[in-house]
Design a protein around this ligand. Structure first.
Ligand SMILES: [Zn+2]
Length: 322
């Protein structure tokens, strides 16, 4: 490498200038000014992430100087540090303007960073299928809405927790996954009901805040370890007035579908006259062997009657008129 002493030797025809490796190592700045897109301008191969390289470029034919694309001037690069380059930036409005623009551009790109990472290294098909199944299970067990899959905050959460590798498919795909999960669960329930000796059902209706009414059918059995197992097998929408005939017709097919050819089936309900009459219809049609009224509900009704008599007695003793 040339130094200031050797390059100033009197024998050197071109004062302060030497050729080494095809590069101009003059101590004076070059007297040409390349365009910004000149292919001979380049970023240093071993540069760190120093901010100055947003505005400085090396020239393939120039050593000791780098080119500021903010103001088209050569700046001395005599040391390995970038301190003199930073000094130039402080006094160069063109350079500062370029750095400012670049930082705004980077901020805009940050929003897309997570999705970029997702695109770079997504789950494979098997991992994706497993993740969707686990998510379907979560939605089903926690009674979450399927539209969760379309919620951007939830998508961001999935991307963050999977290091950008998984985002759920939309609700259409999730509906299909939940349907498949239902079929899988139904098979498991049927297998269990086949494995026990006796099964009985309870049924009750309810009306939601939305005024939609449903009739629930729940299976009960005792497993081989003597645990009482309770499984809701159907929630049937009621579209007509809840008459005994209508309720029995609604329950008929569902009971036939779940009793698995059993003959000894009992159905239990509360004491509402419509469901009691509906269960008696099912009994007459041999869909169930026996229709029973819930013992606890019957006891509750009896206690109510006693209390009412007691209150009436107290009121009449106090001479209250009603
Ligand atoms: Zn400059």
């Amino acid at each position: 490498m040339a130094d200031a002493k050797s390059s100033s030797a009197p024998s050197d025809n071109i004062s302060k200038k030497r050729k080494s490796n095809g590069k101009n190592e003059s101590l004076s700045p070059p007297n040409f000014f390349p365009a910004i897109d000149d292919p001979k301008l380049r970023l240093p191969a071993n540069r760190r992430k120093a901010q100055c390289w947003l505005v400085f470029r090396e020239h393939v034919e120039v050593d000791r100087f780098v080119y500021c694309i903010g103001c088209s001037k050569w700046v001395s690069r005599t040391q390995s540090t970038t301190s003199n380059l930073n000094e130039h930036i402080e006094g160069c409005s063109g350079a500062r303007e370029r750095i400012k623009k670049s930082s705004t551009k980077n901020q805009n790109q940050m929003a897309a960073t997570t999705i970029d990472r997702f695109m770079a290294n997504p789950f494979n098909d098997k991992q994706r299928e497993t993740a969707m199944k686990l998510l379907a299970r979560t939605i089903a067990s926690a009674d979450l809405p399927i539209r969760l899959c379309d919620d951007q905050s939830f998508i961001d959460f999935c991307l963050f927790t999977s290091s950008g590798r998984f985002a759920p498919s939309g609700r259409t795909k999730m509906t299909a996954v939940i349907d498949a999960l239902y079929e899988e669960s139904e098979l498991a329930v049927r297998e269990f009901l086949k494995s026990v000796k006796f099964v009985s059902f309870t049924t009750d209706s309810g009306t939601l805040l939305s005024q939609d009414s449903y009739q629930a059918l729940t299976a009960h059995a005792i497993d081989k370890d003597w645990n009482l197992v309770t499984i809701a097998v159907a929630l049937l929408p009621l579209n007509e007035a809840k008459t005994a005939v209508y309720l029995s017709s609604i329950l008929h097919d569902t009971l036939e579908a779940w009793k698995e050819n059993r003959e000894h089936i009992a159905i239990v309900s509360d004491n509402a006259s419509n469901i009691v009459a509906a269960n008696q219809i099912l009994e007459r049609k041999n869909v169930v062997e026996e229709s029973l009224r819930c013992a606890i509900h019957t006891l509750q009704l009896a206690i109510k009657v006693v209390f009412r008599s007691f209150i009436i007695l107290r009121f009449s003793e106090s001479g209250c008129q009603f």
